[in-house]
Design a protein around this ligand. Sequence first.
Ligand code: FES
Length: 319
Amino acid sequence: MPDAEDFHPLRVAAARRIALDIHRFDLVHPDGAALPPFTAGAHVKVRTPNGLVRRYSLCSDPADLSACAIAVKREEGGQGGSVALCDGLREGDLLPCTAPRNDFPLKGRPVSRVFIAGGIGITPIMSMIRELEGGGGPPWKLWYLTRSPAHTAFAEELAAYRGKVVVHHDGGDPDRAFDLWPVLEQPKGRHLHCCGPRGLMQAVRDMTGHWPASAVHFEDFGGAAKPRPEDLPFRLRLARSGGGVDVPAGTTMLDALRAAGHAPASSCETGTCGTCRTGLLSGAADHRDLVLMEHEKAGWIMPCVSRAAPGCDELVLDL
Ligand code: FES
């Protein structure tokens, strides 16, 4: 299997719109060979026709390696990567892709699985459902929150899973948002996977503070942490190695540590997988991850997304 950052062309076997602003691309090996194996929840990076690199979850069945599929939301106001894919990629074209990698796997042996998907966040969950329906997994139930029926990808397919899928449309009105509290109030030995807009995931995080940390999993579609205009520079002091690292305003802690040769292991770089968890010995942090429980925030930080809180010039790390 190629290295995760090596791009290899896959041929577009089918390209079609599956919701108002969502396009599905079925991809095959150009020589007809089997694709590299993957597990439900995995993603690939693709190089778009306009030269950008974007990450997309696989939504196809991991048991079928004759083809795989991604679904792309056409983001009009983005940097043009999704528009280039949705408007420019045609059947027969070659799309450079990396090997699959999974930061959002189905873990553990829960009593049952709960899925919460917002909009395009349905894609990794489709591959999970396909895997569970293939046999051997625990019962599952999906809450799928979209703007309207026209914005709802995979609606026909999901309609076949009677009693297992709740679809809610809010019409873009926050006052019509689905109340997830009755779903999440009692953990009941379940595991939760949630993927969707950051606001939805933050709300779910807030409602699952009483769940075991190992039972709640998030996937962020937003990609790498984005700098915020209000971000300020600050300094890191590394307690074990004795060094110091400056973190400029537009740079993540992880990138600054990396440049100085001190970075912890990382994976998702979106504050959802927990890999870069680092001991925080002193300083006030602005926690921007979806991993740490409230009681952990005084002693830990996720340097891929979090920073020093406003007014704090220095964080001391256990590095
Ligand atoms: Fe995944 Fe930081 S690398 S939480």
